[in-house]
Design a protein. Structure first.
Length: 354
């Protein structure tokens, strides 16, 4: 039986892991961005998803043989679109700063990735489930939590934008005409990852038929959803390495330092593992959210990403020197997200009680 409280806890572990995945990057100062990115992405989106599938899905090769090929292709293609969203997100930071870009992109991703599958999904086409899901008591509770989570994300983004301006660590010139559209595109394309997971449901079913645990069935999807994202990022990083002539950093560091090349790859592995754990625990959390309101997993996870990323920012003293107003707005936003998480979890619990 589903346990939404356990599901929310597992989602929080995944979000916590994702929020910490950039920490090892601080130790790889001699690597260019593209070399670090392709190294950690190789683990997060390629090696670990494949390894995780073979370790947790019984007879995974037989699962692949029994699954419709078009489901695999759709999942891979939608994952590639998600990969484009990640690259667009990085570009948007140059124009409007990390916090505002993060809030806009994740806020849009949370909203679209949660609500739009109730209107259309890649397996069934057009569906209209909004009335069915939100016309009941538990549904109204869940809807309240979703709206609150978006409000909390807005508050955190607002606080971050104010902090960047007062501390001077944002872009030298905020270019909203360019940055905001990029953030909107990034959020929209990032939400497509949830559609990749929906497209991969035949893989889940084949895994269950092969004896996989309900908690781990989503691991059957990740080699395709994450593989598509990896391909896009790999191509882009290779382009950057050729343009910037940084490809040699893969085999030797550009300057002498206190760390060896193997240490850099260890940091890439650590970062990639943290990022992969986001997907691993997302699957287990989603399995526990229940059938009635399991669609809330995406929005819940996005809100927790914002919450934990700001907690890490506070721990690493990114808010030192910021004015009191941004800090107060941040704290309000974080409290709203915590409240929204509890409300969404409670709504799922009520839905499971029937």
């Amino acid at each position: 039986m589903a346990d939404p409280i356990l599901g929310a806890a597992l989602h929080s572990v995944g979000a916590l892991s994702s929020s910490s995945c950039y920490t090892p990057q601080k130790k790889t100062t001699l690597w260019s961005w593209e070399v670090y990115w392709v190294s950690q992405a190789s683990f997060a989106w390629l090696v670990l998803p494949i390894l995780g599938a073979f370790l947790t899905i019984p007879n995974y090769t037989d699962v692949l043989a029994s699954c419709p090929k078009d489901a695999m292709l759709r999942t891979f293609a939608l994952g590639a679109i998600y990969g484009v969203g990640g690259l667009t997100f990085g570009l948007g930071i140059r124009y409007i700063g990390f916090s505002l870009n993060y809030a806009i992109a994740v806020g849009i991703s949370a909203g679209l990735g949660t609500i739009f599958p109730l209107i259309w999904n890649p397996n069934d086409g057009f569906v209209w489930l909004l009335d069915d899901k939100f016309s009941t008591g538990p549904g109204l509770v869940v809807l309240t939590g979703i709206v609150l989570s978006l409000v909390g994300i807005v508050f955190c983004g607002w606080a971050g934008a104010l902090r960047e301006k007062t501390q001077g660590d944002g872009p030298s010139k905020f270019t909203f005409k360019t940055g905001v559209p990029l953030a909107i595109v990034a959020g929209t394309l990032s939400a497509v990852f949830n559609f990749a997971l929906l497209a991969g449901q035949p893989l889940e079913q084949a895994a269950l038929d092969a004896g996989a645990s309900d908690l781990l069935k989503m691991n059957a999807i990740y080699p395709f959803s994450n593989g598509g994202a990896f391909l896009v990022n790999f191509v882009w990083c290779v382009f950057l390495m050729r343009r910037n002539r940084t490809g040699s950093q893969l085999v030797r560091l550009p300057a002498k330092g206190t760390r060896t090349l193997s240490f850099y790859y260890l940091m890439a592995l650590l970062s990639g593992t943290f990022w992969y754990f986001q997907f691993f625990f997302y699957g287990m959390g989603h399995a526990n959210m229940g059938e009635s309101y399991g669609f809330t997993s995406w929005g819940l996870h996005m809100a927790m990403l914002i919450l934990f990323s700001n907690i890490f920012g506070t721990v690493f003293r990114e808010w030192e020197g910021a004015d009191k107003l941004p800090k107060r707005i941040l704290h309000v936003g974080m409290l709203i997200i915590v409240a929204s998480t509890l409300i969404i979890t409670y709504g799922n619990y009520l839905g499971e009680q029937g």
